[in-house]
Design a protein around this ligand. Structure first.
Ligand code: PAF
Length: 305
C-alpha cells in the first residue's frame, strides 16, 4: 500500500508519525507545500503521555504520487481543490482520496474527472494536536476517528481494509455507511463553536455561558432546516446537547477558527456557516444567524489583514 499524507500541519504530522511507526505500512511519504524550502527532514513529535519522538520525513515526489494508492489530505477545506488539481494528472485512476477537514462543500468543487476516477472518503477526528513550529507537533488529546465513503463505488472489504490500516496506526478508527450524517453533526458543532469563539476571542468552554444560548439555538434551528432539505434529519435539542458536551470536553482549547484568526490566517468559515448560508439560498430557506456569523468572521479576517 503506497500512502501519501498531504499537509505538514498538526493533523498531517500526527497521521504521518502514526502511519510511519505502524508496521503494516509499506510505503509512506509526506507531500508538504514547502518541501522544496525545508532544509530539514527531521520531525519532532510529543505523544499524549509526553514522550518525545524524532523521525525522518520521506517527502513525496513525482514517483510517489504516480504510485500512490491513498492520498490522505490533511489540509484546510479551502486548500483541497487546488491541492488535488496540482497532482490530478499524475494520480492512478483508482487511487483513494481521504478528506480530513472541518466543514462541508469541498466535494462539489472538484472537477468531474477527479470525482469519476477516484473513491473519496471523509474522515472525522476528535484528536487534539498542536503545531509548536515547523515539523514539530504535540498530541494534546486522544480522540476517536470516523471514516466513510462520500463518493465512488468500493467493495466493503476494501473500505474495511483501509479502515483497519488506519486503525492499526492510530486507533480507534470506525467505518460508517452514512458518514454524511456524521459530517452534518460535526458541521453543527463547528457552526456554533468556531465563529463564536473566534469573534469573542474565548476558549471553547465559554460557549456554554447563558449569553450565547439564544444565538446557538438560532444557528442550530437554521442548520436543521437546511439539513432536512438535503435529506438529513437532525434534532435541535440533541445538537444543542452535543455542542455543550464538545465545549465542556474541550473547555480550555482554542478552536481552530479562533487560532486561525489570531494567527492572521484564512479561516474555514466559507465551508462552515458559509456552507449553511449557501444551502439556504439553494433551498430557499432563510439562515440569518449563520449568514451573519459567516459575514462577521469574514469582516474580522479583513480587518486583521
Ligand atoms: O475546529 C475545531 O476547533 C474543532 O473541530 C472543535 C470541535 C470546535 C473543537 O475545538
Amino acid at each position: 500500500m503506497n500512502i501519501i499524507v498531504v499537509g505538514q500541519g498538526a493533523m498531517g504530522l500526527l497521521w504521518y508519525h502514526h502511519l510511519a511507526t505502524s508496521i503494516t505500512i509499506t510505503n509512506l511519504s509526506l507531500l508538504a507545500s514547502n518541501q522544496h524550502k525545508l532544509a530539514d527532514d527531521n520531525y519532532h513529535f510529543i505523544d499524549s503521555q509526553s514522550i518525545a519522538y524524532q523521525g525522518k520525513i520521506n517527502y513525496a515526489y513525482d514517483e510517489q504520487i504516480q504510485h500512490a494508492d491513498v492520498i490522505f489530505l490533511c489540509l484546510k477545506s479551502f486548500q483541497i481543490c487546488s491541492a488535488l488539481e496540482k497532482i490530478a494528472q499524475q494520480l492512478k485512476a483508482n487511487a483513494s482520496i481521504i478528506f480530513a477537514h472541518n466543514g462541508m462543500g469541498t466535494l462539489a468543487e472538484l472537477p468531474e474527472t477527479l470525482i469519476n476516477q477516484h473513491n473519496i472518503y471523509a474522515l472525522l477526528t476528535t484528536h487534539g494536536c498542536l503545531r509548536k513550529g515547523p515539523l514539530n507537533i504535540i498530541h494534546t488529546g486522544i480522540g476517536i476517528t470516523d471514516i466513510g465513503l462520500i463518493s465512488g463505488n468500493v467493495e466493503i472489504t476494501e473500505q474495511q481494509a483501509l479502515t483497519s490500516l488506519l486503525n492499526h496506526a492510530l486507533p480507534t478508527v470506525t467505518l460508517h455507511k452514512n458518514i454524511v450524517e456524521r459530517q452534518w453533526l460535526k458541521l453543527a458543532v463547528n457552526c456554533v463553536i468556531n465563529p463564536i469563539t473566534a469573534l469573542h476571542n474565548i476558549d471553547n468552554g465559554q460557549i456554554n455561558n447563558n449569553i450565547f444560548t439564544k444565538q446557538i439555538e438560532k444557528v442550530l434551528t437554521e442548520l436543521v432546516l437546511v439539513a432536512r432539505s438535503e435529506d438529513i434529519h437532525l434534532n435541535v435539542a440533541l445538537l444543542s446537547k452535543t455542542v455543550q458536551q464538545v465545549a465542556t470536553a474541550t473547555a480550555k482549547n482554542c478552536s481552530s477558527m479562533r487560532c486561525d484568526v489570531l494567527a492572521h490566517k484564512p479561516t474555514e468559515i466559507d465551508y462552515i456557516n458559509g456552507y449553511v448560508h449557501k444551502l439556504g439560498i439553494k433551498h430557499n430557506i432563510a439562515t440569518p444567524e449563520n449568514t451573519q456569523l459567516w459575514q462577521a468572521v469574514l469582516r474580522q479576517a479583513q480587518r486583521n489583514q
